[in-house]
Design a protein around this ligand. Structure first.
Ligand code: NAP
Length: 246
């Protein structure tokens, strides 16, 4: 159980982040959730979490903005008094073949996905180190492991998150903080909803378990990594991809 702990989850107004936030709340953690613009969705997640008997609060914050992340982190600490678990989940895609990808699309994806994770880790690490069992969980992607056509920006950002994960794992281990990455494959969320049906059918055919994953498949692993049972696991990258990358 995570009772008495506070979890900060970025990008938790919908999709994988929402599933992780609610799963952590079900296990007793108070949750501070970060969203970009969808306030109503974020408030609905908080209400659902509160109905589970935990404290929950939503904060609008562009993860790519260093200063905003700093002030938001300070607000969270003032509101909750502590931070034990950080889930760097906020992410976007701006796909396109390398030859057509412009610099702005490359920068934006790296700034939100990779720098966003750096910003929250940087501003909360000192407080997570004060937890008896601090946890940092980075949501990477199989794209970061294998590369993916049309995702030079995203694959680079997600691969960068793996380097960040391993470094943070080494730097914070002496303070009993673990840091691990989850690399999801295809998961049913708004991010994949925009994909052409044929792409999703092809993906399904390539997945040994023959289905697109659910956000809850990823959330179950996040809860495990946040738990005491995972206290000897750090610096790992764990795929949740139905076997796609075997
Ligand atoms: P999603 O449904 O599109 O949700 C994205 C979340 O990130 C939303 O809560 C959004 O907030 C938030 N967000 C977007 N830009 C942000 C910013 N600049 N600052 C702060 N928050 C921001 O995405 P998802 O599919 O759940 O993906 C979650 C994570 O899993 C991402 O890192 C993604 O790369 C990774 N992932 C997803 C898949 C997949 O198949 N879905 C596979 C591998 C990895 P608003 O609601 O306010 O816009």
């Amino acid at each position: 159980m995570l009772t008495g702990k506070t979890a900060v989850i970025t990008g938790a107004s919908r999709g994988i982040g929402k599933a992780i936030a609610l799963a952590l709340a079900k296990n007793g953690a108070d949750i501070a959730i970060i969203f970009a613009g969808r306030e109503k969705d974020a408030e609905a997640v908080c209400q659902e979490a509160e109905s589970l008997g935990v404290n929950a609060k939503a904060y609008p914050c562009d993860a790519s903005d260093y200063t905003l992340v700093k002030t938001t982190s300070e607000r969270i600490l003032a509101d909750f008094g502590r931070a034990d678990i950080l889930v760097n989940n906020a992410g976007i895609i701006k796909d396109g073949l390398l030859l057509r990808m412009d610099e702005a699309d490359f920068d934006r994806v790296v700034n939100v996905n990779l720098k966003g994770a750096f910003h929250f880790t940087k501003h909360l690490a000192r407080h997570i180190m004060q937890s008896p069992a601090g946890r940092i969980i980075n949501i990477s992607s199989v794209s970061g492991l294998t590369g993916n056509i049309g995702q030079a920006n995203y694959a680079a950002a997600k691969a960068g998150m793996i380097g960040l994960t391993k470094t943070v794992a080494k730097e914070l281990a002496s303070r009993n903080v673990t840091c691990n990455a989850i690399a999801p494959g295809f998961i049913e969320t708004d991010m994949t909803a925009g994909m052409p049906a044929a792409t999703l059918e092809n993906a399904k055919a390539a997945i040994p378990l023959r289905r697109i994953g659910k956000a809850e498949d990823v959330a179950a692993l996040a809860v495990f990594l946040a738990s005491e049972a995972a206290s000897y696991i750090t610096g790992e990258v764990i795929r949740v991809d139905g076997g796609l990358c075997i």
